[in-house]
Design a protein around this ligand. Structure first.
Ligand code: LRH
Ligand code: MN
Ligand code: MN
Length: 386
């Protein structure tokens, strides 16, 4: 098995994009809890994201969600982010909170609503021009609750048309990334429920259209790393929304519910070339911190990804291939598990110190006084939700 030393240089380029909404208040349909220090402005969200990057060196970009993060001047916001030491990353559209979209957005039977949803995406593209963002990420709440409520087939056709209208406006260096989700908020059918549907839709668009894999958006027992392997094989894995789940789309800290799954995913990412610095795969978090503190929640998350990436890089691929080729079932499995069971925490702490980072970002954050400062300063105004 390679030593940590042998793989450590490959950790240098790791970058994980954090979501602006992780710093806002969030909850369930039962209750959204407030918490001291929660941002009241988009700028405060960006400042918190920048803190995550300062303590970990892992999170140079923050993704925005429109209209949650709507401002008048995106060039100024971009400059503000740069002052804080981060960049604005993916722009996420949102067609799930306006009454007009009750029965759908890009798939809606009414051309007037469809046009409104398309125009919202064109507005997102303009924002991307100002922020220098590469990706427009589209997740649709579109679907239906009752059999017979909607014509699923024509909705696919309308989706294709709407996406084509958006795709036509992309600049050469911009991408459209389509995210699928099995259910919720629609409970009977969803218009982009799975990777197959997302793939069919993006393949019809062209080279600049990709699939986003949110780890919480599958049926229980789905082999998510298989999907990773397949999308990479086809050159269509655009991004991840990392989080973890016990039941449905729980949006918990990545690597908390099932570290082994995260390891298996990162192994397939490495195996399929998705970890190369120029692979084009964007590694994002999509999480909410309902009961824990948000900034430490994000720090924990990026560290979990780094830890499982290190272990995935340590798989002895030569021995693995030899055992597989020999039909040595348990031998191959053992090679794989050896890397998974390797504790790299002390090595990572030392690695951080050689790069001028705190050995323990969690402890350094707790001792930094940042949390106390924002809790004292951010009084008055309205805390942001998501
Ligand atoms: C949908 C989703 C999608 C949204 C985000 C807030 O469940 O995963 O990525 O943009 O949550
Ligand atoms: Mn998501
Ligand atoms: Mn989700």
């Amino acid at each position: 098995m390679p030593t940590f030393e042998q793989i450590s240089q490959q950790l240098d380029h790791q970058a994980i994009e954090v979501p602006s909404w992780a710093y806002g208040n969030s909850g369930t349909r039962f209750k959204v809890f407030g918490s001291a220090g929660t941002p009241r402005t988009v700028q405060e969200k960006i400042a918190d994201a920048a803190a995550v990057h300062r303590f970990t060196g892992l999170a140079p970009k923050v993704a925005l969600h429109i209209p949650w993060d709507k401002v008048d001047d995106y060039a100024a916001l971009t400059a503000y982010a740069a002052e804080q030491g981060v960049q604005i990353g993916t722009i996420n559209s949102n067609t799930f909170q306006d009454d007009d979209y009750k029965l759908g957005g890009l798939t809606h039977h009414d051309p007037v609503i469809r046009r409104k949803a398309i125009d919202h995406h064109l507005e997102c593209l303009q924002i991307m021009d100002a922020t220098g963002s590469q990706d427009l990420k589209i997740w649709l709440a579109d679907g239906s609750n009752y059999p017979g409520q909607a014509d699923m087939r024509s909705r696919q056709d309308r989706l294709a048309e709407s996406l084509a209208a958006i795709y036509a406006e992309l600049k050469d260096d911009q991408r459209l990334v389509l995210e699928y989700k099995i259910f919720e908020p629609a409970f009977y059918h969803t218009d982009v429920p799975d990777w197959g549907t997302a793939l069919v839709q993006v393949q019809a668009l062209g080279e600049k259209a990709m699939v986003c894999l949110d780890t919480g958006h599958h049926a229980p027992s789905t082999n998510v790393e298989f999907i990773v392997a397949q999308l990479l094989r086809l050159g269509r894995l655009g991004s991840f929304d990392f989080n973890s789940r016990f039941y449905a789309d729980d949006d918990l800290i990545v690597g908390s519910a099932d570290p082994f799954q995260l390891f298996r995913i990162m192994f397939e990412v490495v195996r399929g070339g998705g970890y190369a610095a120029d692979s084009g795969v964007a590694f994002m978090l999509d999480q909410c911190h309902n009961v824990e503190k948000k900034i430490p929640g994000q720090i924990r998350s990026v560290l979990n990804v780094q830890e499982m990436t290190s272990r995935a890089l340590m798989v002895d691929t030569e021995s693995l291939a030899a055992a597989q080729q020999a039909g040595d079932v348990l031998g191959a499995h053992e090679v794989f598990m050896d890397a998974f069971y390797t504790d790299v925490r002390a090595d990572l702490a030392a690695w951080r110190e050689t790069r001028g980072l705190p050995a323990s970002p969690m402890r350094a954050y707790a001792e930094s006084g940042y949390q106390e400062t924002i809790e004292a300063d951010r009084v008055g105004g309205t805390q942001l939700s998501w």
